[in-house]
Structure formats: C-alpha cells, structure tokens
Design a protein around this ligand. Sequence first.
Ligand code: AHR
Length: 502
Amino acid sequence: MEARVTAHAHYTISDIDKRLYGSFLEHLGRAVYTGIYEPDHPTADDSGMRKDVIDLVRELDTPICRYPGGNFVSAYNWEDGIGPKDERPVRLDLAWRTLESNQVGIHEFADWAEKAGTEMMLALNLGSRGLDEARAFVEYVNHPGGSYWSDLRKKNGRADPWGVKLWCLGNEMDGPWQVGHKSAAEYGHLANETAKALRGFDKSLELVVCGSSHSKMPTYPQWEATVLEETYDQVDYISLHMYFENYEKNTAEYLALPETLDRYIGTVSGVIDFIKGKKRSKKDVKISFDEWNVWYHERESDAKRMAEWNWPHAPVLLEDIYNFEDVLQVGCILNTFIRRSDVVRIACIAQLVNVIAPIMTAPGGAAWKQTIYHPFHLASRFGRGTALRLDVDCPTYDADAAAGVSYLDIAGVHDGDAGTLTFFAINRNGTEPMEVSLGLERFGDARTVEHTLIKHDDLEATNTMEAPDNVAPVKGEGAKIDGGDLKLTLPPYSYSMIRVSL
Ligand code: AHR
C-alpha cells in the first residue's frame, strides 16, 4: 500500500497550545491514595508523595493537570481538605461510593503539581454547591492576603497565592449521573452568574464551561447552544469529553472512532460560531477537551463491584490495562487534536495515575508505564510548534463509524525554533506495510531523519510490573530523504514518530 503526503511550510493550521497535552487526576480509586500519595512508600518524600511517580509524570511533561474531578467534584467540599490533617473529616464520596479521607487537599496537590512540573487546572463544584463556595475557593487559592479566605490559606502554611488561571465551572453537568445534574438552561444561568462573580475578582481568569459528556448524549448539541447562549461573554472554553471503546474487538471499527471525535469537534466548533454570530461578538470561545482516553477494559466489572461494595477507601477502580491496540488509538486521537489545534486549545488525558491512566503503581512497590504512556509522551515532548495542514493521498476503508477512513493517520508539526519537523503516523492497515512518500515543500534542506517505532505482533500485548517494556518505542529502520522527499515504510498496525532536522 502506498501513501503520498505533502507538507508545505506555508500551509499551517495553528500554533499548538502546549496545554493540548494536559492531564487529569481525580479523587477516584487509587489515583491519589497509593497513586501519587503513599506516605509509607519507600520513595515517599516529606509530604508523603511518591517520588517514583513524580519522576514518570515529569518525564511525560504534561503542562497542566485538572483536579480534583470529575464526578467527584460535584459533591466535594474543598474546605474538608485544608487545615491539620488529623482534623480533616472523612466523607462519603457519592460519585464512586467510596470513603474520602481528605488527607490530600489543595495544599498537598499544589505542592505535588509543583514537584511534578505541571500547572493546576481546578474544577469547581457546581453540583451540590454553587457560586458562594466557588468564589471562596478562588479567593483562598488566588488572593494575596488580607481577606478571610486568603488569611486562612496563610494560616494553613501557604503564604503566597498559587495564582491558578484555569478554572472549570463544574463537571459534566449534562449527565444524569452527576450529583446536582441540571438542565442546560439551569446550568447555563448558574455558570454565567458564577463566571461573572469570579471575573469580579479577576478578569484574567480562564473559565471553562461544561459542554457535553460525549456526542451520544441526548441533549447534544443543543446543550452547547443553550449553555453558550447564556455564558458566551463570560467564558473562554467549552469543555468536551469522550472515551473510546472496543467491546466488539473489531480493530478496524475501533481505529475509525477518531473520525467521530473529529466530527464532534467540528460540530461544537460550528455551534460556537453560531452563537458568536448571533451575539455579534468579537470574542472567541475555544474547546477544552478535558477528558479523553480509552476506557472499556474494566468498565463493566467495575460497575458491578461498585454497586456491591461497602464504601471502601481508595479501592481498585477503573484500572484499565492498556494494550498495543490502544497505542494506535491514542496516537490517532492525539493526531486529531493536533489537526484541530486551531479550536481545541486544551486537552487532558483522563486520567494520569492508576485510574484509566498511562502510569500504574503497586502499593509499596513499583511504578511503571502502560502502553499508552508512549504515544502520549512522544506527542507531548515533540508535538509542540505549528500544526501543518498536510495533504494526504492514501487508500481508505469504510467503517460503521465513518466512511472513507484513511489507512494512514498522520499529523505534522513544525518547530521553527528547534528547526524540526515531526510527523506522527499510524498505519491502520493490519495486513500491509505502507510505503510513505512525504514531500517537504519550502522547508529548506532536510539534514537528518530519526524514526521512532512502536510495534508489537500481538494487538493485545500489555505492559506489566514484571514486564514494563513489553510495548515500548524502538528505533525504526530505513527512513531517508530521497530527492527532497521523506521516504519510509510503516509496518502493518504500527505507530511511528518521524523527526526531520532542517
Ligand atoms: O474519568 C472518569 C469519569 O469520567 C469522570 O469522573 C467523569 O467526569 C467522566 O464521566
């Protein structure tokens, strides 16, 4: 199979906001407790944070981390997580039917985020609570001092405000499963009033309003239209979520799903433009795709266990073990975000540790990289710069999710400062190698080519604590510059990153 691709220095999509490679950590299962925080662990630092996990997060280079939920936030009292640890209340977490010890709260998370080299993106509870608690929390986190909440923060050991810019106005408020679920009109009104109050405190905050929990929600995309009609002037981003599943074990269908992601982004982008036009507004609202990942491996058994258990603390929950097939999927998802980086400015892989996550830990034991760590890591490190509008000519296949799915999924990024071109390419064909000829127009002379390959003969291959490198990047063979074209072969079902220095 052959593919002809053209990249041209003048055909660009957008600069990429580095926050496209954000992440998410929720008080859920073992994400926090025995994930990032385990005071008895051999690598724990003075604050009880696992250094082995911090090292893996630092390597991942994720610029923002959304916290503390997720569904959890919609019945969370942020005040429970401040002050002396032995005085913090144990609460029932209604979202996941577990006990919340509150041993980690905003101070601990903020310290961890600093150590892990990531900025905080904080979510407000607009489910069981509302405007008043939201404004108190923002004051606690961001006001220098001299007011009730900011002085309480000082008393609790943090003199300087954290200066968090990005705030989510609730989580998945369209979902009937959400504590405090609302209609679009109710939520839009509350979000707008909350945003106005927060802007009264600081106009420069970046505010994210809830869009749909996924594109199959019955209220989508009218939800976006109603919510934006209420909030357009006050918000900067609308949040979207999507999780990918392969219950049927049909790889061709599974790998076609990012086409539905592309349509979802396109539709919401259209709704944003519609409301902007209707309001005669000059302002832009962009998309924050702040939950995305593969999530299905353990989903059904988790739901059964959850229904039966008796409020455990930090149980095993949503611990999907990812395989090689998921590497291809995550690669295609990230490519979709790069190709839509003009409108998707922020995206967060959900989640970061243990819970549908690229990083796994054993309590008291090792931390290791799941298979999907690798495509995320490569995109996060090298997918920064300007997204290129590539012309792709390649055979296609028809799937239920979409017709005309290109066997080659590719995205390109030009980093002018580093003098590099980076291409992320997935061969969605499971039987034939793909001969790629990639024309490089107006970039000047290409000097060197590096090919990084992720390939495994078994689509179901996983990484485990005992075999953490079973699925991992290796050096690819045979990529070369030939008469101004980049030429290489992509093996069947494979993920590649190709870097060209100019
Ligand atoms: O990431 C797991 C859950 O998925 C989050 O809590 C929720 O926002 C979404 O439904």
